[in-house]
Design a protein. Structure first.
Length: 367
């Protein structure tokens, strides 16, 4: 499924996966797929041939462990061991110093199946979709040269904060798991262009995701999203957004949730909004730190600030000139009107307009 999506998007790292069988007759490719192999003997292939092979294709066999003979293919750039019964990938993999692409989808691998030193390899493409991982193995998070990681169709319940260590990552596929939240640290993947989180149980999107300035495609369909952070409008390079199958709100939420500010916050608001000067010699360190946490009200006509007490309100905002998305806004008080209100949005107060908005939301199927 992930491969088909990426071929449509023209992503070169994974198109290689679709093209590998077309090159099966090349001198550098050894295709041993669909032969019912239970193991692989080094003697079955001449030493000269093993030195020439750069792509070894072993999918659709009966391998339960990675054969030790694989390590004798010293020039391998690509290894495909997909669609076997693999439950363990041993140390033989570590001998492939030049390996850049490892395809091991649709096996029986879990977080205990991979060699502990895997993070020292120079892998760029890793596909482990359709396995039994319940968490992302720690050694995967050490692959700093990795550009494409696929872990779709596993049993993942969370994304570790250490995902930010994959500093070269351009494509991340985590669809079809049981993930409930997105860590803010994901926003530190500055080269990430394609993010697939569909078919999970995600309830919200962190506003930090707006820092993914290279992001071109975001797939969030079939989750539990009811709104999006307003910061998502900052993703100026986003070309594809998939939201179908989410319980996104289709009308304005009028019930404002608001806890009155404390005396501390009221005093802090006065100091910040009136630009009163203060210094360390006048205030204790904890109050200085508190005042530094002030957030400015997004309403340009207000000019107020807030700390812990704010109004949460959902408004529809035009996106890409075609769709209205429900975005969460934080206001300093119930009396403060949303900066995104407009005459066209006021007209959407009617039930007819609400139903039109609902129809539009179902059209956001860009992924």
């Amino acid at each position: 499924c992930g491969v088909e999506i990426l071929c449509t998007l023209g992503y070169p790292l994974v198109v290689m996966e679709a093209q590998q069988h077309e090159a099966a007759e090349s001198e550098n490719v050894l295709n041993l797929s669909r032969l019912g192999l239970e193991t692989l003997s080094a003697e079955a292939v001449s030493e000269e041939r093993r030195r020439d092979v750069q792509q070894l294709l072993l999918p659709h066999n009966r391998l339960l462990v990675l054969p030790a003979a694989v390590a004798s293919f010293s020039q391998l750039l690509l290894l495909d061991i997909s669609n076997n019964g693999l439950a363990f990938v041993g140390e033989a993999l570590l001998g492939l110093a030049k390996l850049r692409t490892l395809l091991a989808k649709n096996n029986r691998l879990d977080e205990f199946s991979l060699p502990k030193e895997l993070g020292r390899m120079g892998l760029e493409v890793l596909n482990l979709s359709g396995n039994r991982f319940e968490e992302v193995p720690s050694q995967l998070l050490e692959l700093r040269t990795l550009k494409s990681l696929s872990l779709g169709g596993n049993r993942l319940k969370s994304i570790p904060a250490e995902i930010e260590n994959l500093s070269s990552l351009e494509f991340l596929y985590l669809g079809g798991n049981f993930i409930t939240s997105i860590p803010p640290e994901l926003a530190n993947l500055h080269y990430l262009s394609y993010l697939v989180l569909c078919d999970n149980k995600i309830q919200s999107v962190p506003p930090q995701l707006a820092q993914l300035h290279s992001l071109r495609s975001l797939s969030l369909h079939n989750n539990l999203l009811t709104y999006l952070p307003r910061e998502i409008l900052n993703l100026i390079h986003l070309q594809e957004l998939s939201l179908r199958g989410n319980p996104l709100v289709v009308r304005f939420v009028r019930d404002l949730m608001y806890d009155p500010p404390s005396l501390l916050e009221l005093a802090g608001r006065v100091i910040k909004s009136r630009n009163l000067i203060y210094c360390h010699c006048e205030l204790p360190e904890n109050l200085i730190h508190y005042l530094d946490l002030a957030s400015k009200c997004p309403n340009p006509k207000c000019g107020g600030v807030y700390f812990d007490s704010c109004v949460r309100q959902i408004k529809f905002v035009d996106f890409c000139g075609k769709y209205r998305l429900p975005l969460m806004h934080y206001l300093c008080s119930p009396e403060c009107s949303s900066p995104c209100s407009s005459s066209s949005q006021s007209e959407s107060d009617s039930e007819d307009e609400a139903s039109i908005a609902a129809h539009r939301m179902q059209k956001v199927l860009l992924g």
